[in-house]
Write a protein that binds this ligand. Structure first.
Ligand code: ZN
Length: 89
């Protein structure tokens, strides 16, 4: 019985850590998000907050993986191009 607990708990923690890494944190999405410019950099490079692809001024603020994700991605409302990233405090 004790043996099962000693073996089971680390395995459970390992499974939770893996779940967090792959599903919640999602390294691939995190990397893509990190490649997006900050808003100031986007404005400095393109002259305004308008979409660089189609020129639309309206944007969408979406969470990276979930609606409530603190890692925000700003998309063009018209053509859905990723414009810049923001981080909620
Ligand atoms: Zn656009």
């Amino acid at each position: 019985m004790m043996f099962a607990i000693f073996l089971g708990l680390p395995l459970l923690l390992l499974a939770m850590a893996l779940f967090y890494m792959l599903v919640i944190y999602s390294p691939g999405a995190q990397r893509d998000w990190g490649r997006l410019p900050a808003k100031e950099d986007y404005v400095a490079r393109h002259g305004s907050t308008c979409c660089r692809q189609c020129g639309a001024a309206q944007t969408l603020d979406v969470g990276l993986l979930r609606y409530t994700d603190f890692r925000r991605k700003i998309l063009c409302a018209a053509c859905k191009t990723s414009l810049w990233r923001e981080e909620e405090q």
